[in-house]
Design a protein around this ligand. Structure first.
Ligand code: B4P
Length: 191
């Protein structure tokens, strides 16, 4: 089983590139952002909690996220690979993921960190906001999300560097060009 984390700032293209990887490798896609938005749409208790954080540009608490993801990993323990999109986003989430995968005799193999200049991130998210109707794609919330990323999520890159899993990827160019860069790293796992 191959486990790949797609990492990066808001708007770095995690969701976009996850699609490319699923199409090529047939891995399962676990996106915490998509899961939270689905719960918000359904109006569940989890969705009500998540909405308050997402609308404010904040991270949803670690215990909520870990509780949500635990059974999903359990369901997919026999799959050939998982793309983790937007998870983990904090060091405690990364430690929980490590424990969850360890229970199934596996681990995170690669962390692909999409690096995109801040002005491009803002431009992409504002563009998406015009069509998506996402409550967090407005300038004020985008700026809060970028700060949260810098303070709470970026330190996770150091954690994965220490574990030898981190790869920095240039996240600008066409979707296809960026995908090729990611494929090279995943393909090299087999060699
Ligand atoms: P996410 O849903 O993970 O969203 P994201 O970081 O905003 O976007 P992503 O990087 O996937 O961007 P995309 O490919 O869509 O999180 C949303 C919120 O949920 C978080 O702020 C947080 O509150 C909460 N949350 C989620 N996971 C959590 C966790 N683990 N812990 C706590 N809270 C959590 O790309 C953006 C735009 O750019 C798109 O419009 C796309 O078309 C465009 N784009 C992509 N690649 C491009 C390219 N190469 N060129 C031009 N445009 C491009």
């Amino acid at each position: 089983m191959t486990n790949v984390v797609i990492f990066g700032a808001p708007g770095s293209g995690k969701g976009t590139q996850s699609e490319e990887l699923i199409n090529r490798y047939g891995f399962i896609h676990i996106s915490t952002g998509d899961m939270l938005r689905a719960d918000i749409m359904k109006g569940t208790e989890l969705g009500k909690i998540a909405k308050e954080y997402i609308d404010e540009g904040k991270l949803v608490p670690d215990e909520t996220i870990v509780g949500m993801i635990e059974h999903v990993i359990e369901q997919h323990k026999d799959t050939k690979g998982i793309i983790f999109d937007g998870f983990p986003r904090t060091v405690p989430q990364a430690e929980s993921l490590c424990e969850m995968l360890d229970k199934h005799g596996t681990e995170v193999h690669l962390v692909l960190d999409l690096q995109v200049p801040t002005e491009t991130l803002i431009e992409r998210l504002l563009n998406r906001g015009k069509q998506s109707g996402r409550s967090d794609d407005n300038l004020e919330t985008i700026q809060k999300r970028l700060k949260v990323y810098e303070n709470q999520t970026a330190p996770l890159a150091e954690y994965y560097k220490k574990h030898g899993k981190h790869r920095a990827i240039k996240g600008t160019g066409t979707v296809e060009e960026i995908a090729q860069r990611l494929f090279e790293h995943i393909d090299s796992l087999d060699q």
